[in-house]
Design a protein. Structure first.
Length: 309
């Protein structure tokens, strides 16, 4: 039985995961390109595979059409926007996620981006390396209003961290957990109110057909001039052209972006802004998180292939 493994960090720090797959009689095809696989590369590798441990590589209808033997997709992460779930359902292909495995790592990185943007940490570091020890004034995080868009596992973890900064916490989510929110000082509100009142807006929503460009040009225009946007979820949640324009015109204070609709971003203007901290879709890339995701992905895949562990 053949298995395709696409995430570049899978097994990097715990190679015994590959041994575990092989010990259960699985032949492993690895992503040896050092990059996210294209549709063509996926099609080339997937034809004889019964299972996939999948990163953010495309698993759309075109790819699935060539995966005649596929029985199970184990997502290495939680977002399924790169998977055609309807086609999988039609073909009885099991789809699993590693829910909760990377929540703390992503929340840590979101807070790291908040602090780095607010205090211009990277700009100060760069100037110091050039022998410029002048002071730079940033803005405060402590006691400010944090707006969390998507109060799932990661959003909750961010809220818990915000408590240590005595932040007022607003949240927008289509599903409400009033008991949890009440116990942790979180107030649910509508998205437009959150956008207008929050000093920091942190995105933790899954990408769906209905929330593409959730942060639209109109909503970005209503943000505070001192607002910070943090995105560790999906680039497509944001109208990136509108956000870039707001940053270049200094209509908002800054942004910390670990994700883009196209990675790396196409517009070179992103690389020239001191008000932006860029990430390479790396918020879940810690030793602990990758080990937890890898272990759970293997567990899920073996289960869905009907292999006893």
């Amino acid at each position: 039985m053949n298995i395709l493994v696409t995430p570049r960090s899978f097994g990097k720090n715990n190679p015994e995961l590959f041994d575990r797959l092989r010990d259960h009689g699985l032949s492993v095809i690895r992503n040896d390109t050092g990059a996210i696989l294209s549709e063509e590369a996926m099609i080339e590798r997937i034809a004889d595979c019964q299972g996939v441990i999948l990163g953010i590589d495309p698993m759309n209808a075109r790819v699935l059409a060539q995966a005649k033997k596929l029985k199970a997709i184990a997502k290495y992460g939680v977002g399924t926007d790169n998977i055609d779930l309807e086609e999988c359902k039609k073909r009885n292909i099991a789809v699993s996620r590693t829910v909760g495995a990377n929540s703390n790592a992503v929340a840590d990185y979101a807070f790291a981006l908040m602090l780095a943007v607010a205090r211009r940490v990277l700009v100060i570091d760069r100037r110091c390396r050039n022998a410029d020890w002048g002071k730079m004034t940033g803005i405060d995080i402590y006691g400010k209003t944090l707006g969390i868009v998507g109060l799932g596992a990661v959003g909750k973890a961010v809220a818990l961290r915000a408590q240590g900064f005595s932040m007022k916490i607003l949240a927008y989510d289509v599903f409400h957990n009033d008991e949890w929110a009440g116990a942790h000082g979180v107030t649910y509100t509508d998205l437009d109110t959150l956008i207008q009142e929050a000093d920091i807006i942190s995105l933790h929503a899954a990408l769906t057909d209905t929330n593409h460009h959730l942060l639209s040009q109109e909503r970005i225009a209503r943000m505070k001039q001192t607002a910070i946007v943090i995105n560790t979820a999906r680039g497509e949640l944001v109208d990136e052209d509108a956000l870039l324009a707001a940053l270049m015109e200094k209509r908002i204070y800054g942004a910390g972006l670990d994700v883009f609709a196209h990675e790396p971003p196409d517009n070179p203007a992103w690389f020239s802004l001191d008000s932006v901290v860029l990430g390479s879709h790396t918020s879940s890339s810690t030793i602990g998180a990758t080990e937890a995701m890898g272990t759970l992905a293997v567990d899920n895949l073996l289960r869905d292939l009907g292999i006893s562990t």
